[in-house]
Design a protein around this ligand. Structure first.
Ligand code: KIV
Ligand code: NA
Length: 264
């Protein structure tokens, strides 16, 4: 199958065919998702909470993003690889955004994602002018968890919903290639999906977005996180624990390793 490019996401929107994005942070997960036909791999700054043990993505560093982006980009051919700009690498202005965006592209990303609306339009314009495709991220924006007072659905009131739609249009005019909508009422996400020409990618944003994204350890039942918007398509946490318990039992009882695992 052909290499996925941003153009494919726009085609999918125009044809009304939902596309798929999952986070990936390492070689094995990236290769498994490529084999499964996932269109887009997001090296999210969620690597900080999903892998590195930070309590919020505000702790994820640019160096973290370069390391994990490299791991994913080296491991796959077909999916589009998108990397998050870490907290603090673009809020300070367009020059910083471009400098860090260039490094993510150098590490193997094919587009970068950053959080925010009208306030980051200069950064989006500068990145696009530098030849770096940009994906926006509106609604609940985890890097602003402290300002937003926790993980809350955004745009529930009319004014908030209108602001989200205005921000989506501002991002489109600035040149984004797609927009992630996180924790947004389904009707608001549907409205934004209709008013913008670029694809929307939902997480906790209902069924009408053009694509969907989940953190892979949530999708696979490995993290143990089961928020309302998550469906667990496997139960890997329990399976992995059982495997480790059986390994432990086999070693402590001397059932493993046997002669078949040993060298003459
Ligand atoms: O970092 C991440 O995993 C994300 C997705 C949840 C959209 O930004
Ligand atoms: Na992110």
């Amino acid at each position: 199958p052909a290499k996925i490019r941003l153009r494919h996401l726009l085609d999918a929107k125009e044809r009304g065919r939902p596309f798929t994005m999952l986070t990936a942070y390492d070689q094995i997960s990236a290769q498994v998702f490529e084999a499964a036909g996932i269109d887009v791999l997001l090296v999210g700054d969620s690597v900080g909470t999903a892998v590195l043990g930070y309590s919020s993505t505000t702790s994820t560093t640019h160096q973290d993003m370069l390391t994990f982006t490299g791991a994913v980009a080296r491991s796959v051919h077909r999916p589009l690889v998108v990397a998050d700009l870490a907290f603090g690498t673009y809020q300070t202005g367009p020059e910083d955004a471009v400098r860090h965006g260039v490094e993510l592209i150098r590490a193997g990303a094919e587009a970068v994602k950053l959080e925010g609306g009208h306030e980051i339009v200069p950064q989006v314009r500068a990145l696009v002018a530098a030849g770096i495709p940009v994906i926006g991220h509106l609604g609940f924006t985890p890097q602003s968890v402290n300002s937003l007072s926790g993980h809350r659905v955004q745009g529930r009131e009319t004014a908030g919903a209108d602001q989200l739609a205005d921000d989506a249009i501002a991002l489109q005019e600035a040149g984004v290639s797609a927009i992630v909508l996180e924790l947004v009422p389904a009707a608001v996400a549907a409205r934004i999906t209709e008013v913008v020409a670029v694809p929307t990618i939902g997480i906790g944003a209902g069924p009408d977005c053009d694509g969907q994204v989940l953190v892979w350890q949530d999708m696979a039942g490995l993290s143990g996180f089961e928020g309302r918007f998550v469906r667990t398509f496997a139960h890997l946490r329990g399976q992995l624990q059982t495997a480790a318990e059986e390994y432990r039992a086999a070693v402590t009882s001397r059932a493993y390793p046997g002669p078949e695992h040993s060298f003459e």
